[in-house]
Write a protein of this length. Structure first.
Length: 171
């Protein structure tokens, strides 16, 4: 891997995690919708990253957030689930040998592919996160509604960030 790509991802990790911890932790709409923008880091990791390293990075990222949120491994489990969905989606939709782009951004992959990718990653993360956080079926509809609203809020924020840093590749 290129040292520039590694440096960009380290900086992205710090910025997104600090934004999540310092700004977005207390941003909640009636305790129903909370944005989790830090998952954008996991979504934008390069295609060529080995699966074991991706799982390890996802676990460490989730564990770091768990340390600040006081949630005993819930974010770590949700991040590992997101890594699994990411690996599955990329292996189904793209040819593993012919990656022209280094990472799955909006500018590199196109709007339709990125939207579908973001929807699957965000909602798989949120389903695991909120159902492990609640851990009872008595509040199933409330947890599902919370997952849906937070997922929409997170998806909107991720798309907004991607459009801000949109860099269309000349084809």
């Amino acid at each position: 891997m290129n040292s520039r790509i590694v440096l960009v991802n380290i900086v992205r990790w710090f910025i997104l995690l600090l934004t999540q911890i310092l700004l977005l932790r207390n941003l909640s709409f009636y305790n129903m919708a909370t944005p989790f923008v830090y998952i954008l880091f996991l979504m934008l990791l390069p295609f060529g990253i080995p699966n074991l390293l991706l799982y390890l990075i996802a676990f460490v990222t989730g564990l770091t957030l768990d340390a600040f949120y006081d949630t005993l491994g819930v974010n770590a489990a949700a991040c590992v689930a997101l890594a699994f969905v990411r690996i599955s989606f990329i292996s189904i939709t793209l040819n593993r040998d012919g990656f022209d782009e280094p990472e799955p951004t909006l500018g590199n992959m196109g709007f339709k592919w990125f939207i579908l990718y973001a929807i699957l990653c965000v909602f798989s993360h949120h389903l695991v996160l909120f159902f492990l956080e609640t851990f009872r079926l008595a509040e199933f509809s409330y947890t599902l509604l919370r997952c849906l609203l937070s997922g929409i809020f997170t998806l909107f924020t991720i798309i907004l960030i991607e459009f801000i840093f949109y860099n269309r590749k000349a084809r």
